[in-house]
Design a protein. Structure first.
Length: 300
């Protein structure tokens, strides 16, 4: 049987992009409730210390591991060497904490405030030059792999790789060093088909975000061309098994193809509306049940 571990992203408790969403929630609360809900690990968040010597005893006190951590990449704008130098401190922290994969999203040609713009306003790859872009991403991923932390490229709303077609182009024009972070929620929000996408690229998937979607809020977001954060505030995302995504199908494909990384529950919600511990616990219980039914053995 293929083994997996179940982790969570701290965005359930506190949102780094919008401080009013759980901004006053201490790291200690995030970590204690992460363990209480049953998770084996957590991804990094803005409140986490950036020195492994400081961070390690904090997470170990809660019996947790650091799964991975998001990085705002700029590889479409930067040269490979400059981009690798910029990400090296982040990779170093992840490596020292035992993480095997970095969450790498290319936020080139965007700005932080874009999360408050209509979702239809988004950057695209200049001239659609996927061949040269793919070569740069591959070289960067190879340098990461040589360092000891693999790239999990995160297709994401509001970035140059948002749609299923753009994921296909990325996978077609990159080498094996480029792993794919599969995110069901971003796929659906972008108008994609997560069941087809996971089948096409399962051999490249090295990290998984289980972001479920509430269909009524998805329909509203698309109809009104809401901003990403407006959709989040309205509750477009939720934890595994609480929305419309058929995870039994997705997890069966992953299990049948030997996926053995982390399954990460990631659902940014307004903690004032969605109690973090309640939803974290629901997400863990649903993920574990679905994963075991798909054929995975869950390591605690």
């Amino acid at each position: 049987m293929t083994t997996i571990r179940i982790g969570i992203n701290p965005i359930t408790w506190t949102n780094d992009d919008v401080p009013e969403l759980g901004g006053d929630t201490p790291l200690e609360v995030c970590l204690s409730e992460t363990g209480q809900a049953g998770y084996a690990g957590t991804e990094l968040g803005g409140k986490f210390p950036r020195q492994s010597s400081v961070l390690r005893p904090i997470v170990q006190a809660h019996g947790l591991e650091i799964v991975s951590g998001w990085y705002d990449g700029r590889i479409a704008e930067n040269e490979v060497e400059a981009e690798f130098d910029a990400i090296l401190p982040h990779l170093t922290l992840l490596k020292e904490m035992g993480s095997k994969v970095v969450v790498y999203a290319d936020t080139s040609y965007g700005r932080h405030g874009a999360i408050h713009d209509p979702a239809s306003i988004r950057p695209e790859l200049p001239n659609g030059d996927w061949a040269s872009y793919g070569k740069k991403v591959t070289r960067l991923a190879e340098k990461m792999a040589d360092f000891g932390v693999r790239m999990g490229y995160h297709h994401h709303m509001g970035t140059v790789v948002q749609t299923d077609q753009e994921v296909d182009q990325l996978m077609q024009h990159t080498g094996e060093a480029v792993g794919l972070l599969f995110d069901s929620g971003h796929c659906m929000y972008a108008g994609g088909n997560p069941y087809a996408l996971v089948r096409r690229h399962v051999k490249r998937i090295n990290h998984v975000h289980l972001k479920d979607v509430r269909p009524a809020e998805l329909e509203r977001a698309l109809k009104e061309d809401l901003s990403f954060m407006a959709a989040v505030m309205n509750g477009i995302f939720t934890v595994t098994g609480d929305g419309s995504v058929d995870y039994a199908d997705i997890l069966k494909v992953l299990a049948d193809n030997g996926y053995s990384g982390w399954l990460v529950v990631e659902a940014e919600q307004d903690p004032a509306k969605a109690n973090p511990l309640k939803y974290a616990t629901l997400g863990y219980q649903n993920t574990r049940k679905l994963a075991e039914a798909a054929g995975f053995t869950v390591i605690e």
